[in-house]
Design a protein around this ligand. Structure first.
Ligand SMILES: NC(=O)c1ccc[n+]([C@@H]2O[C@H](COP(=O)([O-])OP(=O)(O)OC[C@H]3O[C@@H](n4cnc5c(N)ncnc54)[C@H](O)[C@@H]3O)[C@@H](O)[C@H]2O)c1
Ligand SMILES: [Zn+2]
Ligand SMILES: [Zn+2]
Length: 361
């Protein structure tokens, strides 16, 4: 049986998204069908719509989602109908060279559904990040379903599926922030403030938020920043050094991803400290640094893919901390919207007042 449901599609580069009837097949081997409850609107969805990720239009957008499994393929045993799940884009394969070395967080062969969802005329859809969650029912690889506590707000925990996990993980997993560390985060959008929350959770004692927008800095304070620096008015490298006894921070996270912010991160870090790049640069960007400084400052320069998360390890743990009141995921949910308001949510992204609009299905 094929399911006919409504979903949000980007048909061509830059065109406004449309609500379309979509055909979703029954799950085959290794697949699961999921009834979506909530799905956050992420910048990556906007990038897909604008053609910034690939030209494989039409796209089925949405990927930060909580849902309930409604059916599974014949060989699927890890999840079952009725399970509450948060969807992930790191369904690890278990046998690539990263997985074989016990480094599944870098898995080079992650799984997506094999069958395609289509428009009514049979046109195959490309699902955003292999998920496609602005839809009543979606088809994913079973490994993309991380079973979670059903007794937690779907809108809040679904955000762990992408941007919030990327930020939390940039601090906790990639940066390895520890109790007593000094941390600076450059760029306080959704990913940056999640990195701030992650640093706070890990016990950092000094957490410096840097942004060029004062509104962002105010919000960062609410999520654990101990100091803020408006880098449109103040040299962030000098200020971060001043706030850390003249030395620089142990871990500096670049959640913007531009050569100038990376350089700030590089020089605002203490000797032997760590730089984490979690913001995504564009293809034309290049970086020039004195090689002697790269050597002489020591430490490590790391990049963080999806917060180096392992969904099965990290989502349930973070949801537990959320339920205990130690991680404020509610703060990321600015508004709840309906499936026909995704285009408006994209427009609001420019205003900077919204961390996440979350579609309730
Ligand atoms: N590595 C990953 O797996 C991963 C996952 C999700 C998102 N991302 C990336 O993380 C980045 C941030 O995402 P977001 O959702 O928080 O975006 P966002 O647009 O909400 O936030 C970016 C913030 O950076 C600030 N900013 C811009 N230029 C700046 C500068 N020169 N100095 C200081 N601050 C500056 C903006 O004011 C804004 O607050 C993006 O590049 C996104 O693609 C990476
Ligand atoms: Zn693998
Ligand atoms: Zn995302």
């Amino acid at each position: 049986m094929v399911h006919k449901v409504k979903g949000v599609v980007a048909r061509s580069k830059g065109a406004p998204v449309t609500l379309e009837t979509i055909l979703v097949p029954e799950p085959g081997p290794g697949e699961a069908l999921v009834d979506i409850i909530t799905s956050g609107v992420c910048h990556t969805d906007l990038h897909y719509k604008l053609g910034g990720i690939s030209d494989d239009f039409p796209f089925l957008l949405g990927h930060e989602a909580t849902g309930v499994v409604s059916a599974v393929g014949p060989d699927v045993t890890d999840v079952a109908p009725g399970d509450r799940v948060v969807l992930n884009w790191r369904a690890v394969c278990g046998n690539c060279r990263a997985c074989n070395r016990g480094q599944a967080q870098y898995c080079f062969n992650t799984h997506n559904a094999t069958q395609k969802m289509t428009l009514e005329d049979g046109t195959e859809l490309s699902a955003a990040l292999g998920i496609g969650a602005f839809i009543e029912k979606t088809l994913v690889a079973a490994g993309q379903c991380t079973k979670v506590d059903p007794d937690a707000d779907a809108a809040a925990i679904g955000l762990l599926g992408c941007g919030v996990m990327a930020g939390l993980g940039a601090a906790i997993n990639t940066g390895g922030v520890k109790r007593g560390d000094t941390v600076a985060v450059i760029g306080c959008g959704g990913v940056g403030v999640a990195a701030i929350a992650g640093a706070a959770l890990a016990g950092a004692t000094t957490i410096i938020a840097v942004d060029i927008d004062a509104k962002k800095l105010d919000r960062a304070k609410g999520l654990g920043a101990t100091h803020t620096v408006d880098s449109s008015a103040t040299d962030p490298v000098e200020k971060i050094r001043e706030l850390t006894g003249g030395f620089g921070a142990d871990v500096v996270i670049d959640a913007v991803g531009r050569p100038e912010t990376y350089k700030q991160a590089f020089y605002a870090r203490d000797l032997a400290g760590t730089v984490v790049l979690v913001g995504v640069p564009t293809p034309e960007m290049t970086l020039e640094l004195p090689l002697l400084d790269v050597f002489g400052r020591g430490g490590s320069l790391k990049s963080s893919w999806y917060g180096d998360c392992l969904p099965s390890r990290d989502f349930p743990m973070l949801i537990s901390l959320y339920k205990q009141g130690k991680l404020d995921l509610d703060a990321f949910v600015t508004e709840r919207i309906t499936i026909d308001q995704v285009e408006e949510a994209f427009e609001k992204m420019h205003s900077g007042s919204v961390l996440r609009s979350v579609v309730e299905l």
